[in-house]
Design a protein around this ligand. Structure first.
Ligand code: C2E
Ligand code: MG
Ligand code: MG
Length: 714
């Protein structure tokens, strides 16, 4: 035997099923000589068990066997796993046509007639095995292709342009929702599935491709048999098939319905506000740019309305962001309805059913574009109507709110040539409407721009002012009302600019706060005031105090306590001589944090007064929560107390309560003897005001003190 053990895995195995031992032996002889291993089975039952054990590459099956004949045996083998593909060769008698036919019916691969040609048998076996493997490989790759096509929702097709016969792969039938058994396909049948509106384009593309012999790519809609639709992409090109000698069009069809939906979703995210569904800023900018360039061509006008809700922050802060979102949705709906129903906007909608040009820019800001309108009266009417609608009482999460808005209005081309400018100017006008108290609209005017430019200009100068030493501190004395002694001074900032002249702190401090410059200005004032006071203390031998104003922004800084401590150390001023003046607004938020900071400052030895007391929102009662030393009654009360009994009552109440809490009371803005008398009668502790002296430049302080002392002694 030439059986080679090393080649066992590669060696072909043939199963011979025959009840005749002689026949089996002859086959074995013939095949083993050609290095083919042979396994034997005597009957159908044995054939199954050997098949399971050895998985042969080919089976010889005798037709005529007792008990289970070759046909049943063949059928049984085909049911085995791995039995579907194995080549089965039926051995029949010569001219046994009936057997041959039955053999194919039960799944035989081929037949061989007796007497067998032994010398060529092994060639036949090898050929059969090779052919069957090639066939299986083809089947597998086809299956894989069809699987890949199914996953990618892509199918291929071939159209014979001469015979008009169309071939589709399985996946195209699936995409088009059609049965494969629907008969021979044709171009006309295909066109029936194409959405009627897409057919002309489809025809044109195909005709061009044929006449110019070029490839093409087209997206179109397919109408499925159940009436639903899908979107597909078809690619195709012409080929000349040598075998068929006729032009063919081949190509692919891919179902891109999901892809299209995703694209739309992405587009939605990019161009629509997800909360309200309104066009977003980008969308608005694009739309407005297009509208403006059209207006330019036609010489027409357009109006841009910028709407900002009044007090919206209040809803967010008190009822939470959920309620805020809800309110924005309600407002968006109200605006949308109002604009859709408006006769003015109806005219805009004619153009290819475009959205009402209403957008949410972000936060509580909305914009409205009214092309073709520029008459102020018409715009004013629309604006007023919109404001009235949105300020109706609105239920948000079970609570009733009034949400008015402020509008700024610009007109193209007068107020700006492009969207950006129009938006900027509308924003300025809106700001002016807010300043008027809200729930109103304001047309833009050039003067607003000038004001803003002035502010910007001032901000730039203020930045330089610090470096150029243009800031100075003036000092206003504080006098003990009972003894008439000067206790100390309040340091008040002054800005002397060559172009602007003397700028009042009421003008530049708010600006410095907005620009964040107040932090450096504040620190500069603190250091300067402490150093200066130390000098005066040494010169006069009097423990003069100094009050320094601290802005809210400054107070919020974590390093405030450290800065104060450092300045005290640097200037060697007794910390008890320093009083920080805080406005009421500082005390409004985050009470625990503030108390902590005030206590830390107290620990250093520094005192605190509440400045401008009575002008804020605070009640007298909240004073006791804070570790402070004194209260400065705002000058507006002092100025009116002799004519306005309410103001007088407020002053008396502040004094009484403060003393109750062991706080000193300072009255600022005292200008007359009568005011001094009244305050003295009502037990006020300290006064500050023009009556004693206006804020003095540092060089005037010592002369003032000397003069005052000599007056005192008289
Ligand atoms: P304030 O702290 O309430 O200062 C008192 C203001 O009243 C000063 O105005 C002062 O000149 C003015 N004044 C004094 N006596 C009288 C009077 O008899 N009648 C009238 N009508 N007014 C009087 P000024 O100097 O214009 O300062 C305005 C505000 O600017 C200050 O109000 C203070 O809040 C702020 N400020 C000034 N300097 C600074 C500073 O260095 N830092 C900070 N954060 N704010 C400062
Ligand atoms: Mg002050
Ligand atoms: Mg004040």
């Amino acid at each position: 035997m030439k059986y080679d053990n090393k080649n066992k895995d590669l060696q072909l195995v043939v199963l011979v099923v025959d009840d005749d031992m002689m026949e089996r032996l002859l086959v074995r002889e013939a095949l083993e000589r050609a290095d083919i291993r042979v396994e034997e089975a005597e009957n159908g039952a044995e054939a199954l068990s050997v098949f399971r054990r050895v998985s042969p590459d080919l089976i010889f099956l005798d037709v005529r066997m007792p008990v289970v004949d070759g046909f049943s045996s063949c059928a049984n083998l085909r049911k085995e796993t791995g039995g579907e593909d194995v080549p089965i060769i039926m051995v029949t008698g010569l001219d046994d046509i009936e057997s041959i036919e039955r053999a194919y019916e039960v799944g035989a691969t081929d037949f061989i007639t007796k007497p067998i040609n032994w010398p060529t048998l092994h060639h036949r076996v090898r050929y059969m095995i090779r052919a069957s493997r090639a066939f299986q490989g083809l089947q597998k790759s086809e299956a894989r292709l069809s699987q890949a096509q199914r996953i990618a929702h892509i199918g291929h097709w071939r159209h014979n342009l001469q015979t008009n016969v169309l071939y589709w792969s399985d996946e195209i039938y699936r995409i088009f929702g059609l049965e494969k058994s629907a008969g021979i396909l044709s171009y006309e049948k295909f066109m029936k599935s194409v959405h009627p509106n897409d057919r002309p384009a489809m025809r044109e593309v195909l005709n061009d491709a044929i006449s110019e012999n070029k490839s093409y790519n087209i997206d179109f809609r397919v109408v499925l048999p159940d009436g639903r639709g899908c979107v597909v992409q078809q690619q195709g090109e012409i080929v000349f098939d040598d075998a068929e000698k006729s032009p063919q069009m081949i190509g692919t069809i891919q179902d891109i319905t999901q892809q299209k939906k995703d694209e739309e979703k992405i587009l939605d995210l990019a161009y629509y506000d997800s909360l309200t569904g309104l066009p977003n800023r980008q969308n608005f900018l694009n739309y407005t740019s297009r509208t403006l360039s059209r207006a330019k061509q036609t010489g027409t006008k357009a109006t841009l309305i910028y709407l900002d809700l009044d007090g919206f922050k209040h809803i967010n802060d008190t009822a939470g962001h959920g309620a805020g979102d809800e309110a924005l949705k309600i407002i968006a709906d109200l605006l949308n309805n109002q604009l859709r129903n408006s006769d003015i906007v109806a005219r805009i909608k004619t153009e290819k059913d475009e959205m009402v040009p209403l957008a949410r820019l972000g936060g509580d800001e909305f914009t409205i574009l009214l092309p073709n309108i520029s008459k102020q009266e018409s715009i004013a009417k629309v604006a007023r109507r919109i404001l009235d609608v949105i300020s109706q009482p609105t239920m948000v999460e079970g609570r009733e709110y009034y949400i008015p808005g402020s509008m700024g209005i610009t007109i193209y081309p007068e107020d700006g040539q492009d969207v950006e400018t129009l938006l900027k100017h509308s924003d300025m006008a809106m700001y002016a409407a807010k300043k008027k108290g809200g729930n109103c609209f304001q047309f833009y005017s050039e003067s607003m721009n000038i004001q803003v430019l002035k502010r910007l200009n001032m901000e730039t100068r203020l930045r330089k002012a610090i470096a150029r030493d243009e800031l100075a501190l003036h000092y206003q004395p504080l006098m003990d009302i009972k003894t008439g002694k000067i206790l100390g001074f309040e340091a008040l900032a002054r800005w002397e600019n060559a172009d602007l002249g003397l700028v009042s702190p009421s003008d530049f401090i708010p600006l410095a706060e907005e620009a964040g410059l107040i932090l450096s200005i504040g620190e500069w004032a603190l250091r300067n005031a402490c150093a200066q006071t130390k000098v005066w203390q040494e010169e006069t031998g009097v423990d003069l105090t100094v009050a320094v104003n601290v802005s809210a922004l400054q107070f919020k800084q974590d390093y405030l306590v450290k800065t104060v401590a450092a300045v005290i150390k640097e200037t060697t001023l007794n910390p008890r001589s320093l009083k920080l003046e805080l406005t009421e607004s500082i005390l409004m938020e985050n009470i625990e944090e503030i108390v902590k900071k005030l206590l830390q400052l107290k620990e250093i030895g520094v005192g605190h007064s509440i400045d401008d007391f009575g002008t804020g929102y605070s009640s007298l009662g909240y004073l006791k929560r804070f570790p402070i030393d004194s209260v400065k009654i705002d000058k507006s009360f002092v100025q009116d107390m002799l004519t306005d009994p309410d103001d007088a009552a407020i002053i008396r109440a502040i004094i009484a309560l403060s003393h109750n809490l062991r706080l000193k009371v300072i009255a600022e803005g005292v200008e007359t003897d009568e005011q001094l008398q009244y305050l003295m009668t009502h037990d006020c502790d300290t006064i500050q005001g023009y009556l004693i002296a206006s804020p003095l430049p540092p060089e005037d302080v010592i002369p003032f003190l000397n003069c005052h002392r000599s007056k005192e002694s008289h």
